[in-house]
Structures are given as structure tokens and as C-alpha cells.
Design a protein around this ligand. Structure first.
Ligand SMILES: *Cc1c(COP(=O)(O)O)cnc(C)c1O
Length: 368
């Protein structure tokens, strides 16, 4: 088997009977839209992440969009986002006529820099989006405290960190359950991925949950009575059927990722050119990505050397938001600009064998 960044086929083969039965059940029922599996999965996910409401929707970008629609913001209101993230985070803000305000990230954790966040707050700031990048939570304690003080909403983008836990005061909280909203994606390669598109919104607030549910359903609570402007954003029943099976394995999958990370850590620790992922003691890390910071070596040559030896690797993200045509901003984002030239994500799969991993490590160390 060749080495892959993620191995969705291998993962499927281990649970294929359960998955096939679950999908077949939906086909037999023909309840393709809003079938009973959708509700069942949402309830199981509520229990798993520890949140009062899970509202399934069509994808992680919609989850963000619906969350922002439910917050009742006005055009021109500002929303603070890290510039080292996937585009979806800023995209929905701009789409809704809100203004994404980009801030730099922390060089060690890659998460939103809380001091940059605080200094970016103005009278127009209405919300902040901590993105729990690569599988570890942002500094939620500081973010929640600053947000409380300034009365701004917190929408956690937890597309990469489902199943991570954060120590907030004396409590342990699931990623995505600490802000007004949490949003997640079930894109196939995410830690909990379906076999197509899918997403969900989390909230502990009953009123916000009702609003978000309505918005996902054309702004209606009662059929053909549309009280707010909504969208059509649903999780297909077949995807819910896949997710409900895979949710039972999520802890196992995340543990497999952590094990892969530990082997990489041990191999690269103390190497002068390779900086292993920083572990925040307040957060568990579910390693959506295992991302090295390359010091004093040509990252792109290293990537080519790996590719020449049959080893895939990825750069998340090669072009930050502050350098995107659609979002570029005047301002200084030195940490993000630097990270984009130095980060390298290695194969991180629930199915990666130790032999495959040794090959990745050997090949990388041959270059470094
Ligand atoms: C994947 C991802 C999204 C978007 O999810 P889709 O389901 O692809 O729309 C949003 N934010 C982050 C940080 C992501 O990684």
C-alpha cells in the first residue's frame, strides 16, 4: 500500500459491514431527506461533544454562515478572524456584508494571537472566530474573558478539532461547546468525516439553537411560514447514517492519530531543523494535521524530496488570507507570513502502519 495523507479506503474496509447496512437501511426506508438517522446522529453527537444542541447542516461553511445569520448582526459589523486559516472562516463573514478583520497568530500554537485579537477590537466589533487549527483548541480562556469584557460573540470553528477537550477553569469542555456557537465540518478527510459533504452547528443557547434550526430550513418553523430569511442547508440522511456509525469510532480514530503524532514527536524532537507541534497543556490535540515547522531548511525542497520518494506531504496554508486577492488587507502579519513558508504537514492517517511511518521518518531525516 502506498503512503497517503489520509486513508479513507482502509478506514472504510474495517467497518464496511456496519456502514453498508446503515446506508442500505436509509435506501430501504427512502427517507433521504431529514430521515430518522439525522436526528439520531445529532443526539448522539450532542452527548459525545457535550453540548445541548447539535443542528446538522450541509457543510462546515454553511455551519459558519448560519451561525452568523442567527447572530443578527448588521452590515459593516466587524468580525475578528485569524489570517492563518482556511478561507471559509472569512468567506461567510464577507458574504453576509460583515467585515472580516484579520489578525495574526501565535508562532508556537498557530492559533489566533489573543493580544492581536484584543488590540483589533473597535466599537464595531461584534464577534470573533477562534479556529481550533490542526486539532488543538485556541486559547479559549483568554478569548472568552476578552469577549465577555467587550460583549462580543464567540463562534468557534471546530472543523479540525472535533473530539478535542479543553480545560476551562475547573471544567473540561469539548471543542466547539464554549462559545455562543461552534461549527464543524464532516468533509471526508476531517477527523469525523462522511462520504460527501456535511456539517453541524453546536450551541448551548436554546434561543440561538431555534434560530439556527429555522435558518437551515428556509427560515421556517411552521411549513410555508417564513419568519426570517433562511437557506436550504441539510445533512443528507445517508451521510447521517455513515456518521452515526463512524461516531462510535471517533475516540479510537483520534487515539490512533495521537499515537502517530507521538512516534513523529519522538523521531523529530531535538532536531535543530524540525520543530514538532506545540502541545498546549489546556487542550488535548486530536491531530487533524501533524504540522512541523521547518527551521533553516528549504521547505519546498524537503517537500519535493519526500514526493520523489513516494511520500505525500501538504502545506496548510501556502497563501494566508492577508495575501488572498479577495481578502487582502493592509497591515502586518509577520507570524502568518513566516509560517506559510515553513509549515509542512506529514501523513496523518488513522490507518498509517508503523512501517509506513518509519519510512516517512527515515526519508525526512535523510534530507534534514
Ligand atoms: C474544512 C474547514 C471548513 C469548511 O468545511 P466544509 O465542510 O468544507 O465547508 C471551515 N473551516 C475550517 C477551519 C476547515 O478546516
Amino acid at each position: 500500500m502506498s503512503i497517503q495523507m489520509v486513508d479513507l479506503k482502509g478506514q472504510y474496509l474495517k467497518i464496511s459491514n456496519e456502514i453498508n447496512d446503515s446506508i442500505q437501511e436509509v435506501i430501504d426506508s427512502t427517507a433521504f431527506i431529514n430521515g430518522p438517522k439525522v436526528k439520531e446522529f445529532a443526539q448522539n453527537l450532542e452527548a459525545y461533544v457535550g453540548v445541548k444542541h447539535v443542528i446538522p447542516c450541509a457543510n462546515g461553511t454553511d455551519a459558519l454562515q448560519v451561525a452568523f445569520m442567527a447572530l443578527d448582526l448588521n452590515p459593516g459589523d466587524e468580525v475578528i478572524v485569524p489570517c492563518f486559516t482556511y478561507v471559509a472562516t472569512a468567506e461567510v463573514i464577507a458574504l453576509l456584508g460583515l467585515v472580516p478583520i484579520l489578525v495574526d497568530v501565535d508562532p508556537k500554537t498557530f492559533q489566533i494571537d489573543t493580544r492581536a485579537f484584543e488590540s483589533a477590537i473597535t466599537d464595531k466589533t461584534k464577534a470573533v472566530v477562534p479556529v481550533h487549527l490542526f486539532g488543538q483548541c485556541a486559547d479559549m480562556e483568554t478569548i472568552l474573558s476578552i469577549s465577555n469584557q467587550h460583549n462580543i460573540y464567540v463562534v468557534e470553528d471546530t472543523a479540525q478539532a472535533i473530539g478535542a477537550h479543553y480545560t476551562l477553569g475547573s471544567e473540561t469542555r469539548g471543542a466547539g461547546t464554549m462559545g455562543h456557537f461552534g461549527t464543524t465540518s464532516f468533509f471526508p478527510s476531517k477527523n469525523l468525516g462522511c462520504y460527501g459533504d456535511g456539517g453541524a452547528i453546536f450551541t448551548n443557547d436554546d434561543a440561538l439553537a431555534e434560530k439556527a434550526r429555522m435558518i437551515c430550513n428556509h427560515g421556517q418553523k411552521k411549513k410555508y411560514h417564513h419568519s426570517v430569511v433562511g437557506v436550504n442547508s441539510r445533512l443528507d440522511t445517508i451521510q447521517a447514517a455513515v456518521l452515526d456509525v463512524k461516531l462510535k469510532y471517533l475516540d479510537e480514530y483520534n487515539a490512533a492519530r495521537q499515537k502517530v503524532a507521538e512516534v513523529y514527536d519522538a523521531a523529530f524532537a531535538n532536531h535543530p531543523a524540525l520543530e514538532i507541534p506545540f502541545r498546549d497543556i489546556k487542550s488535548t490535540h486530536v491531530f487533524h494535521q501533524y504540522t512541523l515547522k521547518i527551521n533553516g531548511l528549504d521547505r519546498d525542497h524537503l517537500k519535493q524530496h519526500l514526493a520523489d520518494n513516494g511520500i505525500p506531504s501538504m502545506v496548510y496554508y501556502p497563501v494566508p488570507l492577508n495575501r488572498q486577492e479577495a481578502y487582502k488587507r493592509v497591515g502586518n502579519f509577520p507570524i502568518t507570513d513566516d509560517l506559510c513558508t515553513r509549515v509542512l504537514s506529514l501523513p496523518m492517517s488513522t490507518e498509517l502502519t508503523i512501517n509506513q511511518q518509519q519510512k516517512v521518518i527515515e526519508t525526512l531525516l535523510n534530507f534534514a
